[in-house]
Design a protein around this ligand. Structure first.
Ligand code: TRP
Length: 338
């Protein structure tokens, strides 16, 4: 079993990032490396240049994201943690796969349609071929399982289509070049919403810092933000149906459930009938107890640039070695002389 997943580097990590992707990566690492599987986790910095970006910010975000991942439990001794830019095989394999991917396939990608919007002529070519790089990311390592959010399922299906067509066109049936990867979508992919508006995703770009819990927030700040979180005047219901039409209440209950490792029903069994005056302090305490140790590590590690660069260098070295056989096989299958 080989697990491969990537995340775009962003700065100012918050609870939504943690409960979205990071926590799931840590769980997979803990579960699967113990059984002899290899987990490769990388910062998709090459993907980040498909949209207008600030070069200084990209470097800072890449290091900040590594600090966050390690603080939250990704262990660079057990997982291979690296950034794409230090493993040229990603870009090389993308070019080789560009010969197999079809314009029609890429034209159907919803992320391309959403991000390019009405201005397709002005979109970067990188944005269009983004899913081919993503296919290269996973096919390069013979990934069997790729943990992703629901929104990336289509890109994974494309990776499978590319792998299949390449194998068909250029490999013999008994010696395929690529493994077809399976997506792993977390069951209730935690959608964490803004603390100020239960219908908007928690986001680092929300102008109000009160809308999110940052990974660097200290205990007082967390308690304050939870206390000030938007709610409604009703007490909590005793059943999940009672959260219908109450997005803010649903969000806070959802956050509690994910942090406590239970589900909405479990939280409501405990807090149903109570008002937010009682529930919010309990939620704040829970968040502080779970996040404080990670936040402390994060605040320290993000300042230690040498340590972060060393982690990335070591991960990239391991990734480069793992990539060799597949990249060689792909060049050879295409008849390229090197
Ligand atoms: N496109 C993914 C996202 O935005 C990030 C990503 C890049 C990725 N390469 C990947 C995810 C390979 C899984 C596997 O979330």
């Amino acid at each position: 079993m080989r697990i491969v997943s990537g995340i775009q580097p962003t700065g100012n990590l918050h609870l939504g990032n943690y409960l979205g992707a990071i926590r799931n990566w840590v769980a997979m690492q803990d579960e699967w490396t113990a059984r002899g599987a290899t987990c490769l986790y990388f910062l998709a910095d090459l993907h980040a240049i498909s949209m207008p970006h600030d070069p200084a910010g990209l470097g800072a975000n890449t290091r900040e994201m590594v600090a966050a991942l390690v603080s939250c439990g990704i262990d660079p001794d057990r997982s291979i943690l690296f950034n794409q830019a230090q493993v040229p095989a990603h870009a090389e394999l993308q070019w080789l796969l560009n010969g197999t991917a079809r314009m029609g396939w890429l034209n159907r990608m919803t992320q391309w349609k959403d991000k390019a919007g009405k201005n397709r002529e002005g979109a970067s070519v990188a944005l269009f071929t983004y899913p081919v790089l993503q296919a290269a990311d996973v096919l390069l390592y013979q990934a069997t399982h790729v943990p992703v959010g629901e929104d990336q399922k289509q890109h994974l299906e494309l990776a499978r289509d590319i792998a299949q067509k390449f194998n068909n066109d250029f490999a013999s049936e008994d010696a395929p070049v690529f493994t077809l990867p399976d997506p792993i979508i977390p069951p209730e992919a935690a959608r964490i919403m803004s603390l100020r508006d239960g219908s908007a995703k928690m986001s680092k770009s929300d102008p109000s810092d009160m809308s999110r819990i940052n990974l660097v927030d200290d205990a007082d700040t967390i308690m304050q933000k939870v206390k000030k979180a938007k709610t409604d005047p009703e007490p909590l219901p005793s059943e999940a149906e009672g959260l219908e039409g109450r997005p803010e209440a649903r969000n806070l209950v959802g956050i509690y459930a994910t942090m406590a490792g239970t589900d909405v029903a479990g939280v409501l069994a405990q807090f149903g009938g109570q008002g937010f005056g009682q529930f919010k302090p309990a939620l704040g305490d829970l968040l502080v107890s779970k996040l404080a140790p990670m936040a402390a590590r994060y605040r320290e590690l993000r300042e230690d640039r040498a340590a972060l660069d060393a982690i990335l260098a070591r991960g990239a070295e391991k990734a480069r070695a793992l990539a060799v056989p597949t990249l060689d096989a792909a060049y050879a299958a295409l008849g390229l002389v090197r």
